[in-house]
Design a protein around this ligand. Sequence first.
Ligand code: COA
Length: 141
Amino acid sequence: MIIELTKNNKEIIEDLENKFKEIFKVGVLDDFKNNPYTKYLVYLIDNKVVGFLNYYLIYDRIEIVNFNVLDEFQNKHIGSSLIERLINLSKENNLLNITLEVKENNEKAIYLYLKYGFKKVSIRKNYYNGVNALLMEKEMM
Ligand SMILES: CC(C)(COP(=O)(O)OP(=O)(O)OC[C@H]1O[C@@H](n2cnc3c(N)ncnc32)[C@H](O)[C@@H]1OP(=O)(O)O)[C@@H](O)C(=O)NCCC(=O)NCCS
C-alpha cells in the first residue's frame, strides 16, 4: 500500500527515519515545517515502511529528491509502484514535468527511469563527489 505522508502519521515517520537513518539528516517533521513543497510517498507492507519517494511539488512541476527501497525488498516492483503513483498524480494535476538527478553509474535507477519514459537531458560534472550526475526529465504534456 502506498500512502502520501502527513505530519500526523507520527509512527510511520518514526519508522521511516529509523529504516533510512543515513538519509534523514533533516528530520521529516522539520522538513514539513520548513519546506512547503516537500511531499513523501511511502510504501507500507503490514503497516511497516519498506520504501519511500520524497519529492518537491513546485507549483506545476515535480522534482524527485530521494527514492529508496530497503535492500531486502528491492526487485519486487516496489520502486516501480512508487514511480507509477508519482506519474499518475502528475497526470491528475496536469503538471508539466518530473525531473531528477541520478549518479551516472546507478544503472538500476537509470534503467527504471528510462522504463517510465524519463529522458537524459543533461550531465552535471562531478555533482556527487567526483561522480557525474545525469539530469533526467519526464515531460507530462
Ligand atoms: C532504485 C530503487 C529505488 C529501485 O527500487 P526497486 O523496488 O528495487 O525497483 P523495481 O523492483 O520496481 O525495479 C527494478 C528493475 O531494475 C532491474 N534491475 C535490477 N538490477 C539492475 C541493474 N543492475 N541494472 C539494470 N537494471 C536492473 C530489475 O530487473 C527491474 O526491472 P523490471 O521492472 O523490468 O522487472 C532501489 O534499487 C534503491 O533503493 N536503490 C538505492 C537508492 C537509489 O539508487 N535510489 C535512486 C536514486 S536517484
